[in-house]
Design a protein around this ligand. Sequence first.
Ligand SMILES: C[S@@+](CC[C@H](N)C(=O)[O-])C[C@H]1O[C@@H](n2cnc3c(N)ncnc32)[C@H](O)[C@@H]1O
Length: 227
Amino acid sequence: MRMRKKKNGASRLAACADLLREKPESPISTSETDFHREGEIHLEVGCGKGGFACGMAKQNPDINFYAMERVNDVLMLAAERGVREKDERPDNLRFILGGAADLGAYFAPGSLSCIYLNFSDPWPKKGYAKRRLTHRNFLRLYVSLLREGGELRMKTDNTGLFDFTLEEMEALGLVPYFVTRDFHQTPEAEGNIMTEYETNFSSQGIPICSLRVRKQGELPPENTDQE
Ligand SMILES: C[S@@+](CC[C@H](N)C(=O)[O-])C[C@H]1O[C@@H](n2cnc3c(N)ncnc32)[C@H](O)[C@@H]1O
């Protein structure tokens, strides 16, 4: 997400400190670490301005959410929204300033019940494939962090990224149980929380692709794949 640098970005982010999760000394394995209560942990990677994470946290008071974003000023806007809407939900949302490649430093293997990728940057040039958040290197990381039966859920307007994701999943033997190229027309869209990008694309009549896949066992070791 491109954004003009915000004035007082550092102090505005610091004002949201109560909702920020710094890198832990050891990876988080239970939601009691931050939320002082048991419950599933869900994570959104690339949360942008935070509309989805805030909406999900409100809609699902029993679930504990983390929202990760790598751009300072964007994360600041998400965290400020989280603070503004704090009284509308239980204390079940934290924000992480960081990049997806670093997720293993935040979360222990098997600690997450759901990971959301919403409108991830498509990086269409071939040479940038490894930056796509659904490159097999990232998929391996997500699967390792999910508990057995945990889910990875994706929404995107970008059919190129969607096709790439399906190919990467197939290469790893991951079989989605839900795949659609017009998500808003499916029953699964009931109660859907729209992201900022989703609202924008939908208003232009662009259909939304979506998939969901469950973790069923660990992936085979990397060197047995044809990468
Ligand atoms: C296209 S925007 C979508 C934002 C939001 N999810 C939405 O749907 O409105 C993608 C966001 O992902 C963030 N992002 C990209 N790569 C990331 C990474 N490796 N780790 C964390 N965030 C990332 C970008 O900074 C940007 O804010």
